[in-house]
Design a protein around this ligand. Structure first.
Ligand SMILES: [Zn+2]
Length: 382
């Protein structure tokens, strides 16, 4: 390993003078998942000549190649390495199953006809504070509309309705700090290494980031709808510079956040996976009922979220019998309680006109759990 490493260093001396490399961490593995957005039947944004899916894949593969060649301690996992369709929750599942330490989703931006913009943006999960950011999330999330059973798979999430995004408002992401740290470094590298316009680090409600349980970012490489950017994004130089920028950021992120000297911290993988749902959202369910021995997830419709507890019979509940749980200092009101997901889904549909943005949550023995996982479990039981 060491000899190969030295030979490679001699052969590519000129490149190595400027290429940062991984510090070697013996016996430990850092797992990075590289997610090329779209693919197969979903082209993503379409330019005059180019498809987003191909640009994303070119940059993803080049980034993976750089990491594989230079970081012996890092395992690269692709959500796709060819032109195939992968669902958003499928992508997140690949990352969660791989117990990844980092998730990098690669996309290309676009604006409607007549609007011109240039530059790169990097997103972390959160509530969009600007309309343009919400538009990006809507466009990227709307790929679920071509997935089968998307209504059930995403618990009634409508990618085009602003109300659906309310849930991102109170979402506490325990990996936020690390994600933002990587996002900043990527943006900085895009600017200094690739000479791109820096459009900054933002937050928005991306489904693919929501479902991953590790630090994660979503990169928008540039605008396929802007002719000179389309040409750059489709060029060898564009792909090389952009992937190298992300690579540089990855190296400095990893140096900063991955401390190989403490094995127990670096790879507490089992705990990490189990913690993904419960720790991301610290919850406590306040139900009056007796604790059930039943281990199956219980589904409910969340209709309202308030910062103060509502008085008995509050008109805000519009006559609906609801109970509440607290999460991140908020009182969250739910109604309907069933282990039958379909029943709760029907209830949610009936309530939607009264409570805009109502959505389904799941609990197991009083603890909030990941709703997608609960649905999968429900389906597996049937
Ligand atoms: Zn995209």
């Amino acid at each position: 390993m060491r000899i190969k490493y030295l030979i490679r260093q001699l052969l590519c001396l000129c490149l190595w003078l400027v290429l940062p490399v991984c510090s070697m961490a013996e016996g430990q593995e850092f797992v990075v998942v590289i997610d090329a957005g779209h693919g197969g039947k979903d082209p993503g944004a379409v330019g005059k000549k180019a498809y987003e899916k191909n640009i994303n894949l070119d940059v993803a593969l080049e980034l993976g190649r750089l990491i594989k060649n230079n970081c012996a301690d890092t395992r690269v996992v692709y959500t796709r390495s060819t032109d195939v369709f992968v669902s958003l929750d499928g992508r997140a599942k690949i990352a969660n199953d791989a117990k990844a330490d980092l998730f990098i989703s690669i996309h290309t931006n676009a604006l409607e006809k007549g609007r011109i913009a240039r530059g790169t943006e990097t997103y972390t999960l959160g509530m969009a504070r600007a309309n343009d950011n919400l538009e990006v999330a809507k466009r990227e999330n709307s790929v679920i509309l071509v997935e089968e059973n998307y209504e059930e798979r995403y618990a009634g999430f409508n990618p085009n309705s602003a109300e659906s995004y309310i849930m991102f408002e109170f979402m506490q992401d325990k990996y936020m700090e690390q994600s933002v740290s990587l996002a900043r470094q990527i943006q900085s590298q895009f600017k200094t290494h690739a000479g791109r316009v820096d459009k900054g680090v933002h937050q928005a409600g991306f489904l693919v980031l929501r479902a991953t349980s590790m630090p994660s970012v979503l990169v928008e490489l540039g605008y396929i709808s802007t002719p000179d950017e389309e040409t750059y994004l489709s060029s060898k130089k564009g792909v090389a510079d952009l992937s190298r920028s992300i690579y540089n950021a990855f190296i400095s992120y990893k140096k900063e956040h991955f401390k190989p000297s403490v094995p127990s911290v670096a790879k507490a993988t089992n705990e990490k996976k189990e913690a993904s749902a419960s720790e991301k959202k610290e919850t406590k369910k306040q139900t009056g009922g007796e604790s059930k021995r039943d281990d199956r997830p219980v589904f409910m419709v969340q209709i309202l979220s308030t910062s103060t507890k509502l008085p008995e019979g509050s008109s805000k509940l519009k006559g609906v019998k609801a109970s509440y749980y607290t999460e991140n200092g908020m009182y969250k009101y739910t109604t309907g309680e069933s282990t039958d997901y379909n029943e709760v889904l029907n209830l949610k549909r009936r309530l939607e006109s009264t409570f805009k943005g109502a959505f389904i949550v799941a609990f197991r023995q009083g603890k909030k759990v990941d709703v997608q996982e609960a649905i999968r479990e429900f389906k597996a039981q049937k």
